[in-house]
Write a protein that binds this ligand. Sequence first.
Ligand code: SF4
Ligand code: SF4
Length: 187
Amino acid sequence: MTLTQTGDSDVCERCSLQGPTCCRITSGQEEFCFPLSRIEKERIQEHVPFVGGFVLSSNTKAFVDNVCRLFPGEEKLVRELFPEGNDHFRLAVDTLGACRFLGPEGCEIPQEARPYYCRLFPFWMAGCEVTHFDSPSCLARREGQTLTRILKCLDMNRATVKDLYGRLRLIWGLPPRKGACKVEKGF
Ligand code: SF4
Ligand code: SF4
C-alpha cells in the first residue's frame, strides 16, 4: 500500500514526474490501502467537499494481515479493531489507481487535513525508533538513502514523525505506546 503526498516538497514534485508516487496504487491492490478513521474522513470532507473520494471496503484477511504488519506485537488488538467481515473506509482511487484527491498540482487536501498515514509516508515507527518503509518507488528514499537524509529531503524530523505516528495510533483506535520514548527535538 503506497499512497501519499505529492506536490509539497521538491522531491515529491520530481517524484510525480518520474513514477507512480505514493498517491497511486497498482490496480488490484486496493485492499492494501490504509484505513481512514471517521475523524480523518470528516476532516477531509470539511476542507474538500468531494463526492466519491472515499470507498467502503471489507476487512478482508489480506487487509487485516497488512495492518497487523504495521503494528508488530499488537496483532490481537488490530484484529479486534478491524474484525474480518466488517468494513472500513479508505481513499477511493480511479481506474488507473490514482487517489481521487490527487489533482494536477498534487494533493488537493490541505496538508494539515490529510490522512495521518499520508503525512507520515514513507516514515513509520519501530518501537521508539523512527524508521522508513523500504519503498522502491519513493524518490526521497532512493535519493536520501539514510533516514536522516530522507527526513531532510521531505522537510521532516524525528519529532514530527513521532507526533504524527502517535496521533495516527489514537485515531485508528490504538492506545498510546507503553513505556517512555525519549523525546526528540528535531535532528
Ligand atoms: S489524500 Fe492526498 S496525499 Fe493522500 S494519497 Fe490522496 S492525493 Fe496523496
Ligand atoms: S518522494 Fe516519496 S513521499 Fe514523495 S511523492 Fe514520491 S513516493 Fe511519495
